[in-house]
Design a protein around this ligand. Structure first.
Ligand code: ASP
Length: 310
């Protein structure tokens, strides 16, 4: 089976069949990752460049590891150590790299739409590793795989996204994916961090009362405040945010059920999530990271035109 798209620019462009295909392929790769030899030669003749114009820890390491596990040749590019500081445009940089015979580009960029722009101008397959406040498709896919593993399926499950919904690409990709796969989505957080017409535009429920929102959900995905993307004061202080919307053990103990706790990382302990929640048995934060490698292997493999996984 094949994906309906040539690039992975966002969840918005994927069909439910594409999403199921990526998730089932990722499950096969998880099995490969349990073996003592964690490598398959599926991308042996494929060269991939990881272009990171914005900082990253998990996503970058995860893509690199996924590429290596598939036997691809990889090149890493970080903006701060490159000629963009000398004034080169994104398109010129990429065209120069492609003239060295690169097949796929993994791009993280602070400008929303940067991967979509590149896709119109270059022949290589592009994977969006996070573009500004737009999308982070592989994060939503690894979140979906993690929920599926924990709860058996996505269909009918109640997923709550908490915090800086306005500036979070993780939130947007999750909302698209969960809606397409039949889950119910609610957002909660300070009114200043929740877009005004999100209910109508993206078909999610909005609940400003965090206790009610937590009581409603099966899974709470807690987001980081994207201070680097806010150019105005949207809440009084991080301490106050923690008091009003930070997820604490006390808050969770007050519910009449146990919910699953997720976070895309990096976590800010004592701001959006307290340490005893992040490290609790309810938290699947590290499973999310583990699933990231398998999901990225699946996306790379399917976009490269797949051969049997051996
Ligand atoms: N790592 C995620 C991202 O790149 C979430 C975050 O940074 O808060 O969007």
């Amino acid at each position: 089976m094949q994906l309906s798209t040539k690039h992975l620019l966002g969840i918005k462009d994927l069909t439910p069949t594409d999403i199921s295909l990526i998730l089932s392929t990722a499950t096969q790769f998880k099995e490969v990752l349990q073996r003592s030899v964690k490598k398959v030669p599926s991308l042996r003749d494929v060269t991939i460049v990881n272009l990171f114009y914005e900082n990253s820890t998990r996503t970058r390491i995860s893509f690199e590891l996924a590429e290596k596990r598939l036997g691809a040749d990889t090149i890493n590019f970080s903006a701060s150590a490159s000629s963009i500081t000398k004034g080169e445009t994104l398109l010129d940089t990429v065209n120069n790299i492609l003239s060295m015979k690169v097949d796929m580009v993994v791009l993280r960029h602070s400008a929303s739409g940067a991967p979509h722009f590149l896709a119109k101008h270059i022949p290589a397959a592009i994977i969006n590793a996070g573009d500004g406040i737009n999308e982070h498709p592989t994060q939503a896919l690894l979140d979906a795989l993690s929920i599926q593993e924990k709860l058996g399926s996505l269909e009918g499950k109640k997923i709550l996204l908490i915090g800086d919904i306005m500036h979070s690409r993780v939130a947007l990709s999750n909302i698209y994916l969960l809606n397409k796969m039949g889950a119910e989505v609610m957002v909660s957080g300070p009114p200043t961090l929740i877009p005004k017409y999100i209910k109508e535009a993206l078909h999610v429920q909005v609940e400003y009362n965090i206790k009610k929102a937590l009581q409603w959900c099966d899974v709470a995905n807690i987001l980081r405040i994207q201070l680097e993307r806010q150019n105005q004061v949207l809440f009084s202080s991080l301490r106050e945010y923690n008091l009003a919307y930070g997820i604490s053990k006390k808050l969770l103990d007050g519910l009449n059920k146990e919910i699953v706790i997720m976070h895309p990382g990096p976590i800010n302990r004592g701001v959006e999530i307290d340490s005893d929640v992040a490290d609790s048995h309810q938290s699947i934060i590290l499973q999310q990271v583990e699933n990231g490698v398998a999901v990225r292997m699946a996306a790379l493999y399917l976009l490269a035109g797949n051969k049997p996984i051996t």
